[in-house]
Design a protein around this ligand. Structure first.
Ligand SMILES: [Fe+2]
Length: 450
């Protein structure tokens, strides 16, 4: 789980789940009205396979030992550091990141670390991680990696300084995989006129684990596939079940081994590494000063509120334990993946239900988050299309399509949200909502949804 505020834009946590914080006098309202919408849009249900290994999107960059699979993520708690990661295949090569501000000739250097891992019969390339610190806010930086005969240059822009009215735009992608539909999702995100500055990734990355022996070559192809976005803007990671890679039949008993070697997170900044997730979250949520960082967003993999028929109640035990805290601390939005479809909930809670007591009290609750499932990145398992009928009252909108979402935070009170299906043109918004911040403007938003 990961919790972040606009101040602590990206903190980190144990690898199995993530929450983001950015948000009331809120009272539980009466019964839940049934106003949900099931999209009439019907796409063909067949799934597309993974793109073949020779696909151009998996191309290895030219040059001897050239850096590949380049990706960045936030490197500290306040947005002034970035972790740069890349792989070299033939030899370790340079471990240095050279970086400089746009319109500046003053270049700085930082040295990173390099490591490899083995998984069954696979041996990884040389995986480099380098934290560059003391960056200025709201500034474009260029960075260069690799040896002189094959170096590569990229850039990124740091977030704005902490302010309750700092605008910021997130993309949300989940369960991406590496099919033709996955590629379409990335392209739609890149070409969306509403430009995401950072991706909130809700778990299940490469789907390498579905291959014989969890063929880790598919971790490498996935790294090359997403480079065109993640080398230029941070992707904030949440681990899903496809990152576990626990395979005792192959002699592999270290959970999350490929994921943690490849996709580091700034766990030290949030003091999360050695703390059980529940304890960490109980300490983390009260730290969020909503007067400074208004929006409180949580990322996790398996959704708590889901009106598709599978997976069935996989998030339920977690919901029972965690949901009271989410309501108490007035989380604005929870983004999840895992279900390969799109769904947005009403603001609801179900505090009294504990799985075994037979009490079901899902009610509209203005202190509760909106739950959004964006497990529709396009992976090889195909779409979830089997829905619970009639549509439960907590489900505001649902659709069995691939796509991505964008959350455009305007100020302390308002954020504009849109979901985009891959079959539409880039500017088309298939589902939208104006979010009202739960701390500053805890009004009912139901009239603001489409
Ligand atoms: Fe999953």
């Amino acid at each position: 789980m990961r919790v972040t505020s606009t101040k602590s834009l990206f903190s980190s946590s144990p690898p199995c789940v993530v929450a983001i914080v950015f948000v009331a006098l809120v009272l539980s309202s009466a019964d839940l009205c049934n106003g949900g919408k099931t999209s009439i849009y019907a796409r063909k249900p067949e799934k597309t396979g993974d793109m073949p290994l020779h696909s151009d999107v998996f191309r290895v960059p030219s040059g001897h030992n050239a850096p590949q699979q380049v990706h960045i993520t936030q490197g500290d708690h306040v947005g002034k550091a970035v972790i740069v990661s890349w792989v070299t295949q033939d030899e370790p090569g340079s471990n240095t990141v050279v970086f400089w501000k746009e319109n500046s000739n003053e270049k700085r250097k930082t040295e990173g670390e390099v490591k490899t891992y083995k998984f069954h019969k696979y041996t990884s390339g040389y995986i480099h991680h380098c934290i560059i610190r003391n960056l200025e806010y709201n500034t474009k930086y260029y960075y260069e990696i690799g040896d002189s005969d094959s170096n590569r240059k990229f850039w990124f822009t740091t977030p704005p300084p902490v302010s309750p009215d700092a605008p910021y735009t997130f993309g949300i992608i989940g369960d991406l995989g590496q099919t033709f539909d996955s590629n379409s999702t990335i392209t739609h995100y890149e070409q969306n006129p509403r430009k995401g500055q950072t991706v909130l990734y809700v778990g299940d990355l490469s789907y390498a684990d579905i291959y014989p022996n969890h063929d880790n070559v598919r971790w490498d192809t996935w790294g090359r596939l997403i480079e065109r976005s993640v080398a230029y803007q941070p992707w904030i990671w949440t681990a899903g079940n496809h990152e576990i890679d626990f395979a005792p039949e192959l002699g592999e008993t270290e959970p999350f081994k490929p994921y943690t070697h490849r996709y580091p997170v700034p766990y030290l900044a949030s003091k999360s590494r050695f703390t059980p997730q529940y304890q960490w979250l109980q300490q983390e949520l009260p730290k969020v000063n909503r007067r400074e960082t208004p929006w409180l967003i949580v990322l996790m993999h398996a959704p708590w509120y889901n009106s598709f028929n599978y997976p069935f109640m996989e998030g339920e035990t977690m919901r029972v334990v965690y949901e009271p805290s989410f309501v108490k601390y007035k989380v604005d939005i929870v983004f999840s993946g895992h279900v390969h479809a799109y769904e947005r909930s009403e603001r609801v809670s179900d505090i009294a239900s504990n799985v075994v007591n037979g009490i079901y009290t899902t009610v509209k609750d203005r202190s509760a988050p909106v739950y959004i499932t964006v497990g529709d990145g396009g992976n090889v398992d195909g779409l979830a299309s089997n829905m619970i009928e009639p549509q439960p009252a907590h489900s505001a909108y649902r659709e069995s399509s691939y796509g991505h979402a964008v959350l455009d935070i305007k100020n302390r009170t308002h954020a504009y949200y849109s979901w985009h299906r891959n079959h539409d043109g880039n500017p088309v918004e298939a589902d939208t909502m104006w979010f009202f911040n739960r701390f500053w403007h805890p009004a009912d938003e139901s009239s603001a949804s489409q």
